[in-house]
Ligand binder design. Structure first.
Ligand code: TUI
Length: 315
């Protein structure tokens, strides 16, 4: 059976984290993933303390397994989310879109394991020094906020740079990706896009339909000019955003305004024109809805087969 040190460290069965996708990763999805043996993660997104506390309490009713919370560090409510995480004694906090170091002493003091998402070796070393339990090295194949490096190049370099365990994210959607991540030195994976298609994921059905319909080349990175590049599915919103970025007569403020609320419009209203459908480059591989449990079991069993068979290459 596929097992790794992160399973024992966190008290989970399979080394699979579900990404804390804003407007999508709620208590229901996180509890389903944790019940399936992975680590379910609630997104604190841009919401206030009451929302997050409510989601944590709801998840606790749905599962007795460990859960995580993702703090999006660009959120104006990051500070209050950080405090709720301490008060509710969440087992794991993951962070994204910024440096979590100022929050880490309080989390560590409260017994919360801190596992930041990192886009580079420098940031990985910084959070290791600050007491991180592990890091998630996320390549630019992922959906949402992306760094510059690919998973293939980032993961082994982060593994060389730090002593703490490394999980891989970005472009991992089946057992092939998971086995490859282990070969690169990772001891687990985090997947976002494939959990969009979990039956327990209540994202709008148009979002799921778009991911299923997407081909390999159907994502694009927008937001580079604003300093927060975001990978999304191509649609009229994404094309217009991209065009505005290349028009020097349009100010950054106007572009920001154009993007405001677009993720919510995709995730909650399924607005195919004005919505921002964040999704990774593996969208083209995903063809059907499955339960969270089936997603994890299919991925893990395929990875096991591949890793067992890998010695066939060595004569
Ligand atoms: O955070 C993510 N993915 C996200 S956050 C998000 S919400 C959003 N909505 C609109 C615009 C921007 C964000 C959607 N998807 N993934 C983890 C991740 N973290 N990827 C890259 C990073 C990262 C980048 C820079 C982590 C640290 C970092 O530090 C350097 C710095 O300059 O802050």
């Amino acid at each position: 059976m596929l097992n790794s040190p992160i399973c024992k460290m966190l008290g989970i069965q399979y080394p699979v984290f579900q990404g804390g996708m804003a407007w999508i990763a709620d208590a229901k999805l996180a509890a389903a993933v944790s019940n399936a043996g992975g680590l379910g993660i609630i997104s604190a997104m841009n919401a206030d303390a009451d929302y997050l506390r409510g989601q944590i309490k709801k998840a606790r009713e749905l599962t007795d397994k460990p859960i995580g919370v993702n703090v999006m560090l660009m959120s104006p409510h990051a500070q209050e989310a950080a405090q709720v995480i301490c008060e509710e004694k969440v087992e794991v906090v993951t962070t994204g879109a910024g440096l979590p170091t100022k929050f880490m002493p309080a989390w560590i003091k409260a017994g919360v394991k801190v596992i930041p998402v990192v886009p580079s070796t420098g940031i990985a070393k910084m959070v290791e020094r600050a007491g991180a339990t592990a890091v998630i090295a996320e390549g630019g194949e992922s959906g949402g906020h992306v760094g510059d490096l690919t998973t293939m190049t980032l993961v082994p370099q982060v593994c060389d740079a730090v002593k703490i365990p490394v999980l891989a994210a970005g472009g991992i959607g089946d057992g092939r990706g998971m086995a490859a991540a282990f070969m690169l030195g990772a001891i687990g994976v985090q997947c976002g896009t494939c959990f969009l298609l979990a039956k327990e994921c209540d994202v709008h059905e148009n979002y799921k339909k778009r991911v299923i319909a997407a081909k390999d080349i159907d994502t694009i990175v927008t937001g580079k000019r604003l300093g927060h590049p975001v990978r999304v599915l191509k649609n009229s919103f994404a094309r217009e955003f991209f065009r505005m970025e290349y028009d020097s007569s349009i100010s950054n403020e106007e572009i920001e305004k154009f993007g405001t609320g677009a993720l919510r419009m995709a995730a909650k209203e399924g607005d195919e024109q004005k919505g921002s459908f964040m999704a990774g480059q593996i969208s083209g591989m995903l063809k059907e809805e499955k339960t969270a449990s089936q997603i994890i079991l299919d991925m893990v069993s395929q990875a096991e087969q591949l890793l067992k068979g890998a010695s066939a290459w060595v004569k």
